[in-house]
Ligand binder design. Sequence first.
Ligand SMILES: Nc1ncnc2c1ncn2[C@@H]1O[C@H](COP(=O)(O)OP(=O)(O)OP(=O)(O)O)[C@@H](O)[C@H]1O
Length: 273
Amino acid sequence: MHPAIPAEKQEHPMRCPVCGAEATAARCGGCNRPLLPPLQDGPALRLEDIEHTYGTGAAAVHALRGTSFAAARGEITVISGPSGGGKSTALLTMGLLLRPTSGTVSVAGEPLHEASEKRRARVRLLRMGFVFQQFNLLAALTAEENVLVPLRYAGVAAEAARDRARDLLRRLGLERRAVHRPADLSGGEKQRVAVARALALGPDIVLADEPTANLDSRAGRQVTEQLAELARAQRSAVVVVTHDTRLAPLADRVLHLEDGRLNPAPAGREEDR
Ligand SMILES: Nc1ncnc2c1ncn2[C@@H]1O[C@H](COP(=O)(O)OP(=O)(O)OP(=O)(O)O)[C@@H](O)[C@H]1O
């Protein structure tokens, strides 16, 4: 790459994650998806020596204490641990929604802990997808329209966006629910729509916060299996924060976050099984 030209302005051959076209410019010629330089070597996401303190003085809470973490594309990580251990704080930091008190956060090799809010939002939009405990679907929109939200926001051409949304809903077994609004969907269906929305732009990273907490065990298993399968197929790095011990078998690794410290889950620990 030319050092004097910003990376986004340079040619970087890649396959568009939305329409599959060969793309070399800052926008895909096929569907108009904006493109950031493709991930070369190294992890999709890296946290180094993160400290996060809420409040000050006597009220200070040290939520993260020297947390380091790296996630590769195609890899699924489950992070569990007791309530108050720092899981939400870690996930917000990974998702560029919270700045650490100290330490570094890089996405696709780009340091972002001190970047402008505008840059962080752009990287979040183009490289990340989110799945939440409460689904966070827009009530006034149909399932398909909810999946279209990030595609439209990113400027993807209408027809390509619709094809992408329909393809994802079909893969998630929701083709006959595309015109339904969230109020007319089961919890599992809502979460599968949320998964389709999270994957719509073909993110490098998917972050899921307690995705099964509001689902019965069958629906929870189905959603997470589908998330794992689709994310692996498009080679996203997936991080799932959860109390749900049944998710561990889907993961490539299980980590334990307690007292702001992240470690491999101890073998044989019930909570992490
Ligand atoms: N906005 C905040 N202000 C002050 N303290 C906070 C804030 N958010 C979280 N904390 C504290 O930071 C610590 C870590 O909280 P965090 O929510 O990250 O843990 P968690 O593992 O996600 O918990 P849970 O499983 O209950 O959601 C806790 O002691 C919590 O009380």
